[in-house]
Design a protein around this ligand. Structure first.
Ligand code: NAD
Length: 470
């Protein structure tokens, strides 16, 4: 068995990192990862890894990104545990070849789709949900019968080191490796040939990943971000809306890819919605959120600067606004009077500022959304089913919720992914198994008969049959 999978970048590191995919490919070629029993064994090992080390992982998450234990468990550990359980329960079914019908001209014969493992997958994860966003793709790779190289984010160093230690200890070391590090290490990996790359992070690096993948014609799944809008109409239940928007926004201090980025609220209900959102902050985190054990921190000082700079732009701070760089703290914040050209509207906020803009009617809200990049998520709050259906039908987004937020990303029965600049491809549950499998179309014909209908020399009868049945 190979030893520790954690590698630090030094002069020899390039060669050691570059050698990993080849080593894993050798195991893959041996056929070890194909049997359902091996896959289930590794999925059970993932379950043990997460359960037996939950306190250590939660501690690392608290140190790296100030996650409250509830959020660390629910989003980072509970989610992949749920994914592993669903994969274990359904794997036999997922792997079963799917019979399809055979056109008359090809009969007799059988045809089916079989799900082939791809080989060696590169999984590049970000820092905001470092365990979930490493293990969910890993679970998909295991279910699909592939090996994987995992590259966690350097911005969560304690979690990254612990995942490297635990993956080496619990999983098949000839099939899985963790490469720790930052840009240099990732670039060495990206120079190698993989059979698929699943990258989660920002779109700028997404382009770097796709460019590198193009050199080997490697397919990619890009799980990116963007500015996810919330539309609130006058007939919405404002109390419920404020709670659900507030929870989705300020969980993990706003560092969630599907968090509400900005609100397009009908001008008639701006005031009551703002008041209710403000009250929600106090209800969730008390009068001073800085002292709340349930409120997270910003991952790094440079991200505090990035997010705080969005407040320097003439917008009105309706609630919050306090910043303590040394403590990596930004209060849950609501800004109003936001204009399309305000700084807060130029890039994904990815922090605890909720930007609120008013609209005169639904058309204005829909046009605003359609005039901007297709978002990862869109949330509509209204009591009118037809209006909600209209919003879903006239906008494009990776996922959506009606009178809710975030839950589409946490339902393992739904595909999770972006569209356009918010990403390509999707995973979670069966969708992850399919994303990391090749759908091989197979035809099997018996030899006891061999109709000559397709063979030359062609005749008028053969041509008639072809025109009728092809
Ligand atoms: P990050 O800085 O941790 O980067 C992500 C990964 O890319 C890391 O492993 C990092 O080492 C690597 N990386 C960074 N720069 C690189 C480079 N130049 N070349 C090669 N690799 C490089 O995380 P981030 O990008 O700040 O994450 C936040 C973004 O991710 C937000 O836009 C958010 O919306 C998005 N996100 C999307 C999802 C999703 O599932 N769609 C989930 C979480 C976050």
């Amino acid at each position: 068995m190979a030893t520790a999978a954690s590698i630090l970048f030094d002069t020899g590191a390039r060669d050691r990192i570059a050698a990993i995919p080849g080593r894993l490919r050798e195991t893959f070629r041996s056929g070890r990862t194909r049997p359902v029993e091996w896959r289930k064994g590794q999925l059970r090992a993932v379950e043990c890894l997460l359960k037996e080390n939950a306190p250590r992982l939660e501690k690392a998450l608290a140190a790296d990104v100030g996650k409250p234990p509830f959020e660390a468990y629910a989003a980072d550990l509970g989610f992949p545990l749920g994914e592993a359980a669903i994969a274990l329960k359904n794997l036999d079914h997922w792997m079963r070849p799917q019979r399809v019908s055979v056109p008359a001209i090809q009969r007799p014969g059988k045809a089916w789709v079989q799900f082939d493992p791809l080989g060696v997958i590169l999984i590049i994860a970000p820092w905001n949900y470092p365990v979930q966003l490493t293990f969910n793709p890993l679970i998909a790779a295991i279910a699909a019968g592939s090996c994987a190289v995992l590259k966690p984010s350097e911005l969560t160093p304690q979690t990254s080191a612990l995942m490297a230690e635990l993956v080496a200890k619990y999983l098949d070391d000839d099939c899985f490796a963790v490469v720790e590090g930052a840009v240099e290490e990732t670039q060495v990996l990206l120079e190698q040939r993989f059979d698929h790359i699943l990258y989660t992070g920002n779109g700028r690096v997404g382009r770097v990943v796709m460019e590198a993948a193009a050199k080997h014609l490697t397919p990619v799944t890009l799980e990116l971000g963007g500015k996810s809008p919330v539309i609130v109409m006058p007939d919405a239940n404002l109390d419920v809306a404020a709670h659900r928007i507030g929870w989705a926004k300020w969980t993990n201090a706003g560092q969630t890819c599907t968090a509400p980025d900005y609100v397009l609220v009908h001008q008639d209900v701006e005031k009551p919605l703002l008041e209710k959102l403000k009250a929600v902050i106090t209800e969730f985190y008390g009068n001073d959120p800085k002292t709340s054990k349930d409120y997270g921190r910003i991952v790094a000082e440079r991200h505090v600067d990035r997010v705080a700079s969005m407040l320097d732009d003439g917008v009105e701070i309706f609630a919050g606004g306090q910043v303590d760089k040394a403590a990596r703290y930004i209060a849950p914040t609501i800004v109003r009077g936001v204009k399309p050209d305000s700084k807060v509207m130029q890039d994904e906020i990815f922090g605890p500022i909720l930007a609120v803009m008013t609209v005169r009617d639904l058309d204005e809200a829909i046009n605003f959304v359609c005039d901007h990049d297709k978002p990862l998520a869109l949330y509509i709050f209204s009591g009118d089913e037809k209006l909600c259906a209209r919003v879903l039908g006239e906008t494009s987004s990776g996922g959506a919720c009606i009178n809710a937020a975030l839950w589409q990303a946490a339902n393992p029965h739904l595909p999770f992914g972006g569209v356009g600049p918010s990403g390509m491809g999707a995973y979670h549950g069966r969708w992850g198994f399919e994303a990391l499998s090749h759908r091989k179309g197979v035809v099997d014909k018996p030899t006891w008969t061999d109709p000559k209908i397709a063979y030359p020399p062609y005749s008028r009868v053969k041509e008639w049959v072809a025109r009728k049945f092809l």
